[in-house]
Design a protein around this ligand. Structure first.
Ligand code: FAD
Length: 382
């Protein structure tokens, strides 16, 4: 059955001078860090974990930027945060340690958490000292999270969590995971009866097993939860309100510039080594990234007005991920017909990294097919 079409909007958003000044500040900081040897630019840098970098960014007030000062934030705008995010990705800085906590777990705690949870977690996250993992996917429940089978059972003083999560990025290095569980039996409404818990990943009953990815790296994991006790004080939001909370978390997860800027260091290296032969290829990539930036900034602007631009975020992620995957093909073709990739140079290094990591781009945070389903529904096509 089809539904009535919704308006899909991308109003233009100006970057104010305060954000431009911040951009220059972040750029200078990152250039100095790079010059001092603190990091080497890498593609997909939000998959690279550096506690030192997260703490430095926290010390500068660039984590939890939009949160109230009383919770360790800076009360800056979402556009300012968007600018900082862009600069970190463009520089290829290792920002994976704090990424999930800053992008989605902290904002979820700010929105749904108790005062005690806000006071306890948010300042630590803003200092770059407390890291979170995402406890959503399970074997048999990735795209369709309403099939989740991990259960929370009420016990004296808290909840006992039993089940399995999978593909959990940084579970082995993070401190906590916001974990999605069924807390009452399935009814007619398959989205009812879910809740979210802040699970301490060092708690008794938590077992974390590595999954090694295509490039031989250990980023994600399986988590086994064997009757893990979570006190009442670590319930996030409403018992039974988990589905609605999850939707708002997914909007945060899908809406940022990391959905089209992951291979930016490759684009940069390609631009630096461009010859007249590959002007056209470079031009088309730059035109696309320019458009995606406007669209992504528009999503940030809409979030600032209180609108939940889920459909626009899904569209940016889908188009952005396709662009990211196409970039390596364009570079490969251009280099084959021109000078060729030189072993050991920056272009070769970023190309290799993009090739190894890019298959995951259209899976993590929601697959292309699922995102297109979201857009199709908004257009009244399904
Ligand atoms: C690098 C990486 C990091 C990740 N990190 C995390 C993490 O930290 N925490 C976490 O919880 N999860 C994480 N994930 C998991 C990710 O969210 C899931 O892989 C994703 O949601 C897809 O779920 P699935 O793997 O179960 O595939 P499935 O849902 O089984 O999908 C299989 C195929 O069927 C298609 N499909 C499914 N449903 C539909 C539909 N309704 N219409 C059309 N096609 C459909 C999909 O597009 C896909 O091609 C990560 C994944 C990757 C690759």
């Amino acid at each position: 059955m089809t539904s009535a079409p919704e308006a899909i909007r991308f109003p233009y958003v100006e970057v104010p001078e305060s954000a431009q000044a911040l951009r220059r500040e972040v750029r200078t900081f990152l250039a100095e860090e790079r010059a001092s040897g603190s990091f080497e630019p890498a593609c997909d840098c939000w998959a690279d974990f550096s506690e030192a970098m997260s703490k430095k960014l926290g010390a500068r007030g660039w984590l939890g930027m939009t949160w109230p000062k009383v919770h360790g934030g800076q009360e800056r705008s979402l556009i300012e945060r968007w600018v900082v995010t862009e600069e970190l990705l463009a520089a290829g800085a290792p920002v994976g340690a704090h990424w999930i906590a800053d992008r989605q777990s902290g904002p979820q705690i700010l929105r749904y958490g108790t005062d005690e949870q806000r006071r306890f977690f948010l300042p630590q996250i803003a200092r770059g000292e407390c890291y979170f993992a995402i406890g959503m996917s399970e074997p048999g429940a990735g795209s369709d999270l309403s099939s989740a089978r991990t259960v929370g059972e009420k016990v004296e003083g808290g909840w006992k969590i039993t089940g399995q999560k999978v593909w959990t990025t940084w579970a082995h290095r993070a401190h906590y995971a916001i974990t999605f569980c069924r807390t009452s039996p399935q009814e007619k409404d398959r989205h009812a009866g879910f809740s979210q818990f802040i699970v301490d990943l060092k708690a008794p009953g938590v077992t974390i097993r590595p999954i090694v990815n295509l490039s031989g790296e250990h980023h994600f994991n399986e988590i086994y939860l064997d009757g893990v006790f979570v006190p009442d004080s670590r319930v996030l939001g409403e018992i039974g309100g988990g589905w609605q909370q999850l939707m708002s978390e997914l909007a945060l997860e899908r809406s940022g510039p990391e959905r089209f800027l992951s291979p930016y260091p490759l684009l940069n290296a390609f631009a630096e080594s461009a010859t007249p032969d590959n002007d056209a290829a470079l031009g088309s990539m730059l035109a696309e990234v320019f458009t995606l930036r406007q669209m992504s900034r528009s999503v940030a602007g809409q979030l600032m007005t209180g609108r939940l631009p889920n459909v626009e975020a899904a569209l940016v992620k889908d188009v952005g991920n396709a662009y990211e995957q196409r970039m390596q093909d364009i570079v490969r073709e251009a280099q084959t017909s021109a000078a060729g990739l030189q072993a050991g140079d920056a272009l070769q290094r970023h190309f290799e990294c993009a090739v190894m990591r890019s298959p995951s781009f259209t899976l993590r945070g929601g697959t292309s097919e699922v995102l297109r389903g979201v857009v199709a529904r908004a257009l009244g096509l399904r």
